[in-house]
Design a protein around this ligand. Structure first.
Ligand SMILES: [Zn+2]
Ligand SMILES: [Zn+2]
Length: 148
């Protein structure tokens, strides 16, 4: 989804994001595959001459498998991004810039999401994981066969 900055009215440009916005769903699919549901959110663009303020909220529920205990769980995310965008100068590849008077919302939202996502996925920060020897889920009880 590209927005020409000339088309941003004085009161700002407001977009509602939901499951019927193909480009938005596409971004989420490229990050979470088919393991997400309930996508929603909104985008606001305001412009003051060359300076464009980008504000976005993205809500999505992702189903994950815990890195430690392998149990499945759902994680609801509520992201908020705010950025000031300026025209790209030279070959400076900064994602907080735009080219040819166009704001590339796909790229902005994709990069913002990637930066916010956790590196390791745990069902909860205290997850005890599995017994190294037999795979017993230590969240349920200490391993009956291999007590620590
Ligand atoms: Zn876990
Ligand atoms: Zn064990």
């Amino acid at each position: 989804m590209k927005v020409n900055i000339e088309s941003i009215p004085p009161e700002g440009c407001h977009l509602t994001l939901g499951p019927t916005e193909g480009w938005f769903v596409q971004i989420l699919s490229s990050i979470f595959g088919n393991k997400f549901s309930d996508p929603s959110g909104k985008v606001t663009l305001n412009r003051l001459e060359d300076l464009v303020t980008f504000f976005a909220q993205v809500n999505v529920v992702v189903s994950y498998e815990c890195d430690r205990c392998l149990n499945s769980f759902h994680k609801p995310y509520h992201f908020e991004f705010k950025m000031n965008l300026l025209p790209q100068i030279d070959d400076d590849i900064d994602f907080a810039s735009y080219q040819d008077h166009c704001i590339n919302l796909d790229h902005l939202i994709h990069e913002s999401l990637i930066l916010e996502l956790p590196i390791s996925i745990l069902c909860n920060p205290e997850c005890k994981g599995l017994c190294m020897q037999c795979g017993h889920d230590l969240n349920l009880s200490p391993c009956p066969l291999h007590p620590a």
